[in-house]
Design a protein around this ligand. Structure first.
Ligand code: KIV
Ligand code: ZN
Length: 522
């Protein structure tokens, strides 16, 4: 056994699909949720919080299918402190190899006032609901929401009740991102010292990033005795988000000298997951974001570049490969063959079936005709672009021409297939993207509102591919679309049409993306 293997294990609980997806506009489709869950399971995440089953039919169906398909991870669903929520949650997770029910109630004075329960009434409710959950499932997590603003004595009292009722994990949420590392540690220490039975369960830490301290607060809780960190990919989550998985995992790895804890995360899968979550959620990663930001491993200044060339450790505390970032070498050229593409894709973590490879090869050649140098990121964008486009195709962009000039308005000539029938139109707008979007709207009238439009260059250079994310909303239904192309306007229109195609699917399925119940509705 190596020294690291002997270290205390910290469980990684990923809530990208629940707390992350709860952030306004980050709604993912059913298939996207399945894909992200599979990637999380493959990466070695111990617990996946797959959703809030009572919130909507869509949430229920996603949690259920994730549970059925799960391999190694525990699959957890969220439930408020009532029997109906808990039953529905168990119904969704019960087919997982390892199911977990996570039930919670707000215990701070402000949160107790919402259901208008006295301290004693709330204590009774906790006892009844945790007992009920435990009667259904051996693995029960309980959370006193807003724990960091709950009176210390009351927090000890309710944690003891939950442990006696059978909770196997007690999670301490810093719901509003209010705590500070020393306080985060002190709360865990206090619970371990004062609560009978505290040594028989696992304490978890769940931090929000409102004051930018979520990672520090989570690590402080671990030093004090917490052995489960709740986090999300890219720190996705309501308001300023949650603790970022990549930050805590890499901190535990890089500073293992002072944080002697181990996780089972395969860190080389981090970058791919980060890209996928950014793409499907429509929430881009800020350039200077720790670990996964575009600039996190870039050395622009002469002094830095010189130092790194002589010895990478002068300015790098971890290697890009550790998180799955391959060297930004030119990956492939116009003359590269199918075998080279297959081996490159394998190196990038994509094990493609023959038909997928053939399809990618055609699109790769088309890109190579337009772009001199094809980088790894270009290939990843091509794979992701296709995964997105393949889902539904009522609307299809056939041809687009835009006329730009310093004197507006700009013009767009668009030909689209609508249910297989060709339609063309000319439109004007304030810029080429606006003109092209207007053309789409004229050909296929709709009242969906554009909530987000975002462009990113995949690589450097003026011939770089642009990846575009679009989010639209109609009657409470939200759909996102993405596309990549060397032409930004083409990528924009394809992303827009992709979002509309997904909206059509959602219209057909009915229901709304807005949770049908509130977290506060106990
Ligand atoms: O932040 C929070 O308190 C939560 C709970 C539901 C655990 O997400
Ligand atoms: Zn939360």
């Amino acid at each position: 056994m190596t020294d690291t293997q002997k270290q205390d294990r910290v469980l990684i609980f990923d809530t990208t699909l629940r707390d992350g997806e709860q952030s306004p506009g980050a709604t993912m489709t059913h298939d996207e949720k399945l894909e992200i869950a599979e990637l999380l399971d493959d990466m070695g995440v111990d617990v996946i919080e797959a959703g809030f089953p009572i919130a909507s039919e869509g949430d229920f169906a996603a949690v259920k299918e994730i549970a059925q398909r799960s391999k190694n991870s525990v699959i957890c669903g969220l439930a408020r402190a009532n029997f109906k929520d808990i039953d529905r949650c168990f119904e969704a997770v019960k087919l997982a190899a390892k199911p977990r029910i996570h039930t919670f109630i707000g215990t701070s004075p402000l949160h107790r006032a919402i259901p208008n329960l006295t301290m004693d009434e709330m204590a009774d409710r906790i006892h009844e609901t945790v007992t009920h959950a435990r009667n259904l499932c051996d693995n029960v997590q309980w959370s006193p929401m807003d724990a960091t603003r709950t009176e210390a004595d009351y927090l000890c009292r309710v944690v003891e009740i939950a442990i006696k009722a059978g909770a196997t994990t007690i999670n301490i949420p810093d719901t509003v991102g209010y705590t500070y590392p020393r306080e985060s540690a002190d709360i865990i220490k206090m619970l371990l010292e004062r609560v009978p039975g505290a040594d028989t369960i696992t304490f978890a830490t769940h931090c929000h990033n409102d004051l930018g301290m979520a990672t520090a607060n989570a690590l402080a809780a671990v030093e004090a005795g917490a052995r489960q960190i709740e986090c999300t990919i890219n720190g996705l989550g309501e308001r300023a988000g949650n603790t970022a998985l990549e930050e805590v995992v890499m901190a535990l790895r890089v500073r293992n000298d002072i944080l002697p804890f181990r996780t089972e995360i395969d860190t080389t899968k981090i970058m791919n997951l980060s890209r996928r979550v950014a793409s499907v959620s429509g929430f881009p990663v800020q350039f200077n974001k720790a670990i996964v930001g575009k600039n996190a491993f870039l050395h622009e200044s002469g002094i830095h570049q010189d130092g790194v060339l002589k010895n990478v450790e002068t300015f790098e505390i971890m290697r890009p490969e550790d998180i799955g970032l391959t060297a930004k070498n030119i990956a492939m050229g116009k003359h590269s063959g199918r075998a080279a593409l297959r081996s490159k894709m394998k190196e990038l973590g994509f094990d493609l079936a023959d038909n997928q490879l053939n399809d990618l090869f055609v699109r790769f050649k088309a890109l190579a005709d337009r772009k001199k140098e094809i980088y790894d990121d270009d290939l990843v964008a091509l794979v992701h672009d296709h995964a997105v486009q393949a889902e539904a195709d009522t609307l299809h962009v056939k041809r687009l021409r835009v006329v730009c000039g310093t004197d507006g308005p700009q013009e767009a000539e668009l030909t689209m297939l609508i249910d297989g029938v060709e339609h063309s139109i000319d439109a004007t707008g304030d810029g080429p993207v606006d003109a092209a979007f207007n053309a789409v709207k004229m050909l296929w009238p709709h009242k969906a509102r554009l909530q987000l439009y975002q462009v990113h260059a995949v690589t450097e250079g003026t011939d770089a591919q642009a990846t575009v994310s679009v989010r639209v909303e109609e009657d409470g239904r939200i759909a996102t679309g993405q596309s990549a192309d060397t032409d930004t306007v083409v990528a924009s229109v394809k992303a827009y049409v992709n979002a509309l195609n997904r909206l059509i699917v959602r219209r057909e399925k009915g229901g709304s993306d807005k949770a049908e119940v509130s977290y506060k509705d106990h």
